[in-house]
Ligand binder design. Structure first.
Ligand code: GLA
Length: 361
């Protein structure tokens, strides 16, 4: 038999095998450590649904947004409440990119752009989920060639590990059978009050970044790497989120309606402290450590209070922040940005740590 016929048959077998994959049951799993910190996950979107950490008054607070039922996660999938987003987290201009001379078109789901892997992205899939120890959950999924327009069959694994020092590690790995692009991140919304009754504007934030990537009105980078110096995006000195959030005379704040920008982390790809947040009323401090080159800080500007979370908690305007460690938005269309390309034989690796303490900075 001619080689191309054998390859053709093997591809057909692979496609049939993929389409016959049984969708796993949607479940929840909780892990905890000896300090009373616990984290709950569902395999719908490989998402974190609850993260309970100690507060300074001796109580425990749930610092991530969640809902009471799995159905509510389905209904609000475009809010991206806690999932792993991808294959390309963040935006790709007009959903188009060229890789090795071939043009690809992705699903358009954010104005004229592609956002968080598209309307049927990884956050909407039911992943395989396994508790591999008392403190560790493994999620895995095979994203087939052509899904949402992306090339290559990509195998993705995400490990969530709760450490004894009250940190949560998210470790990502991916391999592909054809050249593709990838940018995975967690889209947890944090509120260190432990409830959305109070705005996240009171949180004090520090970001280890001297630069950011300015965008157009659709939040697509222009390609420029600009200094944060003298702008409301300068968080090198700890500052309350609400202090400059409405300074719309600064165009990037006007475009995003608050904060929704990519900070260019000073340490690029070295695993290091990217940002820290502190809520004075609960004493809770969260540090974000990562080996990714960028950090998207989104201050909840699209929240309108129509979404109701756990125990009736109203998800109002600016009551949750996302700190998404990742590559820069639209990197596939900017050769000067860090490369998002993954080729056969390579392994995409990403480690992010959300670390909790009561040590104000
Ligand atoms: C990201 C984006 C925001 C918004 C949220 C989801 O963080 O940067 O603009 O789309 O996701 O609401």
């Amino acid at each position: 038999m001619k080689p191309f016929k054998i390859i053709g048959m093997l591809s057909l077998v692979a496609v049939i095998a993929l389409s016959c994959q049984r969708t796993p049951k949607v479940e929840m799993i909780t892990i905890s450590n000896h300090n009373g910190m616990s984290a709950t996950f569902t395999n719908y979107g490989a998402r974190i649904t609850s993260l309970i950490v100690p507060a300074s008054d001796g109580t425990f607070k749930d610092v991530v947004w969640g809902y009471d039922t799995v159905e509510e996660y389905y209904a609000s999938s475009d809010l991206y409440c806690g999932p792993i987003v991808g294959r390309y987290g963040n935006r790709i201009g007009k959903g188009r990119f060229v890789l090795e001379g071939k043009e690809y078109f992705l699903t358009i789901n954010d104005g004229e752009n592609h956002l968080h892997g598209g309307s049927g992205g990884l956050s909407t899939k039911v992943w395989n989920m396994e508790k591999i120890s008392d403190r560790e959950v493994k999620m895995s999924i095979l994203s087939p060639d052509g899904e949402e327009g992306y090339p290559g069959n990509v195998e993705i694994t995400v490990y969530y590990t709760l450490n004894y020092d009250n940190s949560l590690d998210i470790k990502y790995e991916a391999v592909t059978d054809a050249p593709t692009i990838i940018n995975l991140t967690s889209h947890a919304y944090f509120n260190l009050h432990g409830t959305s009754k109070y705005s996240t504007n009171s949180h004090i934030l520090r970001i280890n970044a001297a630069h950011f990537t300015p965008t157009d009105e659709g939040l697509i980078p222009t390609g420029e790497i600009a200094s944060v110096g003298g702008t409301p995006l300068d968080f090198r000195v700890p500052t309350a989120i609400g202090e400059r959030i409405d300074e719309v005379s600064f165009e990037p704040i006007a475009f995003a309606g608050g904060y929704d920008h990519n900070w260019v982390l000073d340490k690029e790809r070295e695993f290091s402290l990217a940002a820290e947040v502190f809520e004075p009323s609960t004493g809770i401090v969260m540090q974000v450590w990562s080996d990714q080159p960028g950090l998207q800080f989104y201050s909840g500007n699209f929240m309108d209070g129509k979404d109701i979370g756990r125990g009736g908690d109203i998800h109002g305007y600016r009551t949750g922040i996302a700190l998404e460690t990742q590559n820069y938005p639209d990197a596939p269309n900017h050769p000067d940005f860090p490369s998002p390309v993954l080729r056969p034989g390579e392994v995409y690796k990403h480690l992010t740590r959300y670390s909790f303490s009561l040590n104000a900075f």
